[in-house]
Design a binder for this molecule. Structure first.
Ligand SMILES: C[S@@+](CC[C@H](N)C(=O)[O-])C[C@H]1O[C@@H](n2cnc3c(N)ncnc32)[C@H](O)[C@@H]1O
Length: 174
């Protein structure tokens, strides 16, 4: 288990899951640029994905980045990147409870990954100073914020995209 893994909050390994030894040192540094405030303090209460909830939540951006919000209020949707600070980082095969069998980490949207970076496309409701009211986020309260980018439907939308294993599973259930 990696020394920076939060052993207290990390779930134990399930049958079929595979952990690896992580590299001894990091390759890059990050700045947490703010926090995401949500009503959820326990994983079981948290939405499983961003589309599952329209609860209004708040991005609290560090004041030093206030100028970086110029024109953000003109965006209807934003890509928000955040750091899943309570996730373990060493699993390469995971068995999500709701799927039952193993999947490679990079075929999953699980917070458990070598770099626990999450993303959601959120609806922007309001910008007040360095506070952004948003909908469609799925993180625990106080999750560190990494970045905010405009969502361009013309570039980012891929209506023909598919996740084969998920589609096949849905078809089998029919
Ligand atoms: C499946 S992930 C999806 C995250 C993001 N929408 C994505 O696709 O990258 C969402 C889940 O991560 C877990 N989670 C939320 N905030 C977390 C945090 N700060 N640290 C660790 N796990 C977290 C919760 O169980 C939540 O249901």
């Amino acid at each position: 288990m990696s020394p920076d893994l939060n052993a207290e909050t990390a779930p134990s390994i399930r049958p079929g899951e595979v952990a690896v030894d992580l590299p001894a040192t990091f390759d890059a540094g990050l700045y947490f640029i703010g926090r995401i405030r949500t009503p959820w303090t326990k994983r079981e209460d948290c939405p499983k994905n961003a589309g599952e909830s329209d609860t209004v939540c708040t991005i609290e951006l560090d004041e030093r980045y206030a100028a970086a919000l110029d024109k953000v209020e003109t965006c209807t949707h934003l890509i928000v990147l955040y750091w899943m600070d309570r996730a373990r980082r060493d699993l390469v095969v995971q068995t999500p409870r709701h799927y039952g069998d193993g999947r490679g980490t990079f075929a999953l949207r699980s917070p458990v990954r070598p770099n626990p970076i999450a993303l959601s496309v959120v609806k922007l409701l309001k910008v007040e100073g360095t506070r952004l009211s948003i909908q469609n986020i799925d993180c625990l309260d106080n999750t560190p914020l990494l970045d905010i980018k405009p969502y361009f439907a013309s570039v980012d939308s891929r209506p023909d995209a598919a996740v084969g294993w998920h589609r096949d599973r849905a078809n089998e259930a029919k």
